[in-house]
Ligand binder design. Structure first.
Ligand SMILES: C[S@@+](CC[C@H](N)C(=O)[O-])C[C@H]1O[C@@H](n2cnc3c(N)ncnc32)[C@H](O)[C@@H]1O
Ligand code: SF4
Length: 418
């Protein structure tokens, strides 16, 4: 597996140097000159832990959660006061964990963020299906939330059992969504589960769009080494067939493909915290990317609170990207949205895309992975599948390795990703 990422990395970054993260950090974050900046806030508490979930999370305890939110506000104040002026950002996303467990303090967090940042494209939050009721949705709406994303995983009993998730009351969910409206109502599904058929997935998507969703995300199941899930992986050919059929179904229904995993009923309906040129992440495990510096906060709730209490940024690891590494990172996330516009690349890096990756794009075109029209490269159906396929290697070789170390060590001295 790592042979594939190793060769691809060396080829595309034109160096044998691995991605090296060190235990060092900037005491001052300079984001004044960062364009297209997004914000992310991580709230790591859940009332029960799902065995397949790789994210940084811990069981909810009221006092622990309150202490954590106090530190979160301190971190926002610390980072926010590093800029002289109020900074304009695109969006603010809350993820977790189950952020709604801190709902009584959500408005407080948003108010502190708004002291330093002007949010232009709305506020999003991840919800567990248990959180979707009129009372909670009203509080979210009053706090300024405009986009919600609900972790459905599957509406079907057999897959809920495989994933250890409880039944979902579809009518209660739909009634609540009917009463309190949001600009984006997204529902998450996991696909490529054992014996999952096209009809299973299609039914789930039909239920989603007819019960209040205007956006869906279908994530391929990833078997992280450090989770205790017993779900076995589905073979490549089966996965491809399922993905192609479900993509064609969504396109035939007139849904727009906004990214490799997401479809919406209308263009402009979106839910994505990742596809930003720059972003600042607050909270444990949150990542920050400012120009060529990428940093990740410690995964430990206690170490996070201690560090912030001492007026220090809770960074655990930092990588300073080389120009080519930054370009690959950029292209990876741009292709995630299924399209790369060579004009955007050039205005971001000050150098033509063709000069840097002209041969690779020609090859991708010859192999039928991308199509080019007026300087815009779009992934074909085959390209989208291989993106999925490669993303799986990348996740298992990079994210899995990094997160498995960071779950155990608060401040690792170095991590090399090959
Ligand atoms: C932070 S979680 C969801 C929010 C909420 N806590 C919940 O459980 O509904 C974000 C999403 O990641 C996806 N996810 C989690 N573990 C995954 C895995 N092993 N493979 C693929 N997708 C996964 C799920 O679809 C999940 O809804
Ligand atoms: S899937 Fe959601 S509820 Fe389950 S452990 Fe992960 S974050 Fe918590």
């Amino acid at each position: 597996m790592s042979i594939i990422t190793n060769i691809t990395r060396m080829w595309l970054t034109r160096t044998i140097k691995p991605f090296t993260f060190n235990n060092e950090y900037d005491e001052i974050l300079n984001y004044d000159n960062c364009e297209n900046l997004g914000l992310y806030v991580h709230i790591p508490f859940c009332t029960s832990i799902c065995n397949f979930c790789p994210y940084c999370k811990t069981l909810y305890l009221k006092e622990r959660c309150n202490n954590y939110i106090d530190s979160l506000l301190d971190e926002i104040n610390l980072v926010g006061s590093m800029s002289k002026n109020k900074k304009t950002v695109t969006s603010l996303y809350f993820g977790g964990g189950t952020p709604v467990l801190a709902i009584r303090r959500l408005k407080e967090i948003i108010t502190v963020i708004k002291k330093y940042f002007i949010i232009t494209d709305g506020i999003g939050i991840e919800l567990h299906p248990n959180n979707v009721n009129v009372k909670i949705l009203k509080i979210l709406k009053n706090a300024g939330v405009t986009k919600i994303s609900i972790g459905i995983q599957s509406f079907q009993k057999k897959y809920q059992d495989i994933l250890g998730r409880k039944r979902i009351n579809i009518h209660a969910l739909s009634n609540a969504l009917n009463k309190i409206k949001f600009q984006t109502v997204s529902m998450d599904f996991i696909f490529a589960l054992p014996n999952q058929q096209y009809d299973d997935l299609k039914n789930d998507i039909e239920i989603a769009f007819s019960h209040g969703a205007n956006h869906i995300a279908i994530y391929p199941f990833i078997d992280f080494t450090f989770t205790s899930s017993k779900v076995s992986a589905v073979k490549k050919r089966k996965k491809r067939k399922l993905l192609d059929k479900i993509t064609n179904y969504c396109l035939n229904m007139g849904y727009s493909r906004n990214s490799i995993w997401t479809f919406s009923t209308e263009k402009g309906v979106d839910y994505s915290s990742m596809t930003r040129d720059n972003f600042i992440g607050f909270g444990c495990s949150a990542a920050t990317l400012l120009n060529d510096s990428f940093k990740i906060n410690t995964f430990s709730v206690d170490a996070y609170c201690d560090r912030v209490k001492n007026n220090k940024i809770p960074t655990s690891l930092t990588i300073r990207f080389t120009e080519r590494q930054r370009m690959i990172y950029y292209l990876f996330w741009a292709f995630y949205s299924t399209k790369v516009d060579s004009r955007d690349f050039e205005s971001f890096f000050g150098v033509p895309l063709n000069k840097m990756y002209g041969n690779e794009l020609k090859l991708a075109n010859l192999l039928g992975l991308v199509k080019e029209e007026k300087g815009v490269y779009t992934l074909t159906l085959k390209g989208a599948f291989y993106y999925h396929y490669y993303e799986n290697f990348y996740t298992l070789s990079y994210i899995d390795k990094m997160w498995s170390i960071m779950r155990k060590e608060d401040f690792p001295s170095k991590i090399k990703l090959k």
